[in-house]
Design a protein around this ligand. Structure first.
Ligand SMILES: [Zn+2]
Ligand SMILES: [Zn+2]
Length: 390
């Protein structure tokens, strides 16, 4: 069987693409797949996911050992915990944040103002706390841009199909057309416009409407954590001063002479004596690095004009290019102007290296495949910060 799908494209120029599939078919060793990923190039990935041999072995034996009822209960627990919208991580984050703040106000607050912390911090610390809570609430509560029958037309106009990673199709669950860049979220129970990812920390999808609030929350959290590190450090710095450690001398074991106590050793001494503020400072430092890395990744994707969901799809495209499975087809006689072609071959039809259609040229470099949604850093940023009202 040879299947050819033609998808009209909005890309400039008479350009078409071919995709050959033999290599992934050999790799996955399964022919029973029905679902579509939303992209002709990515279906093979879902073929791999459906190849769940280990899981079926566990289910078979689990039923025998635990019994049907226990297994069903375990399954429903798993579905609620891992596959449904639940507030577990929200509660965890809220408890960690509130608990840490309670500990700080109980122990470190009395050190403000101190030798290295002016009374200005008596206002900025509560302000920072309120700002972080407010940003978190907004990120959790904002509508991500759920696609409905009423607004689907506007989203279709806003995000055209590129025919490579997004093709025209309906959502099988919502029974409405699926605009490009959207993704159905089984947890949010709907298709989300320009879906980035489902974030369990805010318990909602990040999409067209709330991406700006998510970035605001990341920024708020990151600067709050850095501020936390600064405050904890300066509290310790003040203790080094007030305990007289900055002028303290210690006897050098090697020379037998008295030498001034180094700042690093003085800080370690304070940490030994008063561990709580130090532990909070270290926690803030560790989490701030994680939040910073994640924010940096989000900004990188923003600069490249792609969402987290699309980054994954582009990776698949890149892999397909390296395997020599994507072909460029320039059709000057095409009445529709331009578009993509996707062709699926049976294993025996493998024609690696041979053009699937006359005149086709193998895409050898990822740079040859344009990203229709990348409008440049400034426009990408504006699109996220000021999304079109739908
Ligand atoms: Zn849907
Ligand atoms: Zn979601």
């Amino acid at each position: 069987m040879v299947r050819i799908t033609y998808i009209p494209s909005l890309l400039p120029g008479n350009v078409m693409y071919h995709c050959l599939y033999p290599s992934f078919r050999r790799r996955t060793k399964t022919e029973t797949w029905t679902g579509r990923s939303g992209s002709p190039l990515l279906d093979y990935h879902f073929t791999e996911i459906r190849h769940v041999g280990l899981c079926s072995i566990f289910c078979k034996n689990g039923k025998r050992i635990l019994g049907e009822r226990v297994l069903a209960k375990l399954n429903s627990c798993y579905v609620y915990t891992c596959e449904s919208r639940n507030p577990f991580l929200q509660i965890f984050f809220f408890t960690l944040l509130t608990g840490s703040l309670c500990i700080f106000f109980n122990t470190g607050w009395k050190e403000v103002p101190g030798p290295y912390l002016s009374s200005f911090h008596l206002f900025t610390i509560p302000l920072e706390v309120l700002f972080t809570y407010a940003c978190y609430y907004i990120a959790c509560a904002a509508d991500p841009g759920i696609i409905t029958k009423d607004n689907v037309k506007k989203y279709m106009e806003l995000y055209p199909y590129d025919g490579l990673i997004f093709e025209a199709k309906d959502c099988t669950t919502c029974k409405i057309p699926k605009p490009a860049r959207s993704k159905h979220c089984s947890m949010c129970k709907g298709c989300v416009a320009r879906s980035d990812h489902h974030c369990a920390w805010v318990n909602i999808c990040i999409g067209h409407n709330n991406h700006r609030y998510f970035l605001l929350f990341l920024f708020a959290l990151w600067q709050f954590l850095l501020y936390g590190v600064y405050v904890c450090f300066q509290i310790y710095h003040g203790k080094v001063q007030s305990w007289g450690l900055s002028e303290a001398m210690i006897r050098d074991a090697a020379t037998g002479q008295d030498v001034p106590l180094k700042f690093r050793k003085a800080m370690l001494y304070v940490l030994q004596e008063d561990r709580i503020v130090g532990a909070l400072g270290i926690l803030c430092a560790v989490v701030s690095v994680i939040v910073f890395c994640f924010t940096l990744y989000q900004l990188y994707l923003l600069a490249r004009g792609m969402t987290t969901n699309e980054a994954f799809k582009w990776e698949m495209v890149q892999d397909a290019i390296y395997r020599g499975e994507i072909w460029k087809w320039v059709n000057s006689k095409s009445s529709s102007g331009s578009g993509y072609f996707y062709r699926e071959f049976e294993p025996e039809e493998t024609t690696r290296g041979i053009p699937p259609l006359k005149g086709a040229r193998m895409v050898k470099d990822f740079a040859e495949v344009p990203n229709l949604y990348d409008k440049g850093i400034i426009k990408n940023l504006v699109q996220i910060l000021f999304p079109t009202e739908v």
